[in-house]
Design a protein around this ligand. Sequence first.
Ligand code: ADP
Ligand code: G6P
Length: 485
Amino acid sequence: MAGDYDLVVVANRLPVDRVEGPDGTPSWRRSPGGLVTALEPVMQREDGAWIGWAGTPGEPPEPFDAEGVHCVGIGLSAEEVEDYYEGFSNGTLWPLYHDVIVAPNYHRRWWEAYVRVNERFAQAAAEQAARGATVWVQDYQLQLVPRMLRRRRPDLRIGFFNHIPFPPFEIFAQLPWRGAILDGLLGADLVGFQRPADASNFLRACRRAMALPARRGVVRLPDEGDRQVRAASFPISIDAVALDELARRPEVQERAQEIRRDLGDPQYVLLGVDRLDYTKGILHRLKSFEELLADGRVQVGEAVLVQVATPSRERVDQYVQLRQDVEVTVGRINGTYAEIGKAAVHYLHHSYGREEMAALFLAADVMLVTSLRDGMNLVAKEYVASRYDEKGVLVLSEFTGAADELGQAVMVNPHDIDGLKDAVIRALHMPAREAGRRMRAMRRRVREHDVQRWAASFLEALDGLGDQAGTAIDLTGSPAAGVAR
Ligand code: ADP
Ligand code: G6P
């Protein structure tokens, strides 16, 4: 059985979520997170299908078109949302793959749901893909799909891209199902990662856990006629031109000025924009700002921190705890330092549209990206892409994938609170010429390595592999790909 699409993207989420109004009328809203930000503009240009979940439990919607993308829904029951999505994906894999910042939970019931739901995604992909089509599977929620799909459809060209870090073997080894996960990924022809270090970690896991020959970016599978699986890095990006154009619009610039006025015209606006996730280092950021106020190195009224935090995974315990901790901390900082009409921190627990985000970026003198671990962090690239005026300073955690590319940011180790405080002060007082020079260099990088280039380099690499099975191919020639050891 074969479908009509030559390109099929399979991701846990569709680019839009189904939301119901108070009277039960359904509507669609853009899904949260970097995966959708990156893939949506790619798929708008491709004539393909996007398979995913619509974000609420129950029957899937009939296939539909949204934002220029053909969407095919996958249904998850309430129990599957709990066990596969909140449980195994976000209570086991997410913390395990992010340096165990919080403790992962291992439950056999969650694993069983993960296997079952991965089968459903694989089946849907098998039904949509045309003969010889390319299927591009996305992210940690679907690591078993490549193998399950290959069993059903050996004619397909299968790629997998991991949007989050791949952990060192010493951490990955905790996973009771580590062999099954690796075997799932090895169903692909090409496995892509954000950083060369992630690809190396994967290859090492194949050697250590599976005793497979895996070197120079290739895993050989002796039990499958010596089939080769390639592993390489393809750092993801954003639609830089679209964001630059948006930020140049007069109404966005006016809105940026209005935001500054509404904040009380402070000298310095500092900005954080994240999903409310413990990987983002939001508490470290708040702590450093609180101490700067306590030390008198910044004054309320002179500087204000705007923290925008998109609601995320709100039924997972560690996220409930984080929200409480953030809200208590913001309350304490404002209670101690704010004056009437002069807040120290503006905390906004909402999602905003693209225009408002661009205006916020333009309004911010200093952008704070302080993740404790982050596959890439697209917010950092979005800030840079919006600053057509070449103003503003990016403070960037060295534990993000973006740090590999944006070397002109003010780099920080967010665990080092004193270092973070010094970095914030340095960013606030950076001479305009130096800030401009750094911003220009970062803008060039983001413009030249945008999301279209990311997608093209992955798909070209995947395309090249299918025709040359069994020969070694050097991916170093590919524009954005890196070979891993
Ligand atoms: P992650 O994928 O872990 O959420 P990224 O930084 O890579 O992290 O991507 C986050 C994406 O979500 C970015 O495109 C960012 O602009 C968007 N985003 C984050 N917070 C908000 C918000 N409050 N409103 C709208 N978009 C947001
Ligand atoms: C990150 C992950 C994505 C995920 C997104 C939002 O970007 O890499 O796979 O979709 O966060 O998280 P959510 O759980 O809401 O899908």
